[in-house]
Design a protein around this ligand. Sequence first.
Ligand code: GLV
Ligand code: MG
Length: 357
Amino acid sequence: MRNPRDFFRPLAIGAPEPLKEVPVKPSRVIHFFDPSNPKMAAKLPELARQADILLGNLEDAIPIDKKEAAREGLIRIAREVDLGDTPLWTRVNSLESPWFLDDMIRIVTEVGERIEVIMVPKVEGPWDIHYVDRLLAQLEARAKLSRPILVHAILETSLGMINVEEICAASPRMQGVSFGPADLAASRRMKTTRVGGGHPAYLVRADPDPKNPEAPRPVAQQDPWHYSIARMVDACTATGALPFYGPFGDISDPLGCEDQFRAAFLLGCVGAWSLHPSQIPIAKKVFSPPPDEVAFARKVMAAMPDGRGVQMIDGKMQDDATWKQCRVMVTLAKMLARKDPELAAAYGFTPEDLREL
Ligand code: GLV
Ligand code: MG
């Protein structure tokens, strides 16, 4: 049992108080970059104007002989590169790796003020989050940080999958969870080498036509990730954390990427990763509310300024609850439009509209 009164007390003397709510910010796309690559650092200010979040990756895809260069690169980027108000996150190495402890100590104590969220890979249960939670509190106290660093778990092992609800509820630091189809497929021994998306062999086939048994039988491809993503969305939304789809590996298939992102969006995910700059506009398009829905939500809010009562608008019943749905939509649209002038134009917001959320 954990005393509920302790939940919002710092886990180390001198550490900042835990947050009660996950901050809501533009988070349609988490763009991954390799901090060991100096050419990449030069491109970051431009990428910061495009992506909602930039993430310096220290884990998989960074070769062993570049692990330290990636960590040093991230520290230098955090100190020196102007990313405007685009948040900087990092994905540290996994808990059992020889790099995790130094990743945490160096990053939190040297550039902790600049890092909003630490993504922790291969989280298997609440015990992993408890460990990171206490360690972060100790390091935040040492670094005298004024706000807590949040934690984002990657859901990419079968043990993590069966514990996802407890992972989300393990700490008020839990900002969100990303779905990791590559490691999850490996952990489950799924027979696929793809990173996300469908598989042509995962299908259902119609019965033979008794009158014409040799005729081709229609098939429909199924979604191998549906159960896992839906369960992750429930675990996150039940605890106030944010669900994200992770990587789509086939960079040469933008349509497959868009379809995978949209399936995740429709199930409730708020954003996805981009592994290549060409995936940034795909994620932004998919995870931004459609302009016609925003226009309708603004109409409802204009017709019901205090958000109470009942009205028919375009033949649809509106009440206190639908007004709140509309407010969620308009607030998100304004937040995104502040960052994205093209979107502001598509939504028809004036600078005056965007002054207040
Ligand atoms: C992401 O890290 C994945 O394994 O898919
Ligand atoms: Mg992975």
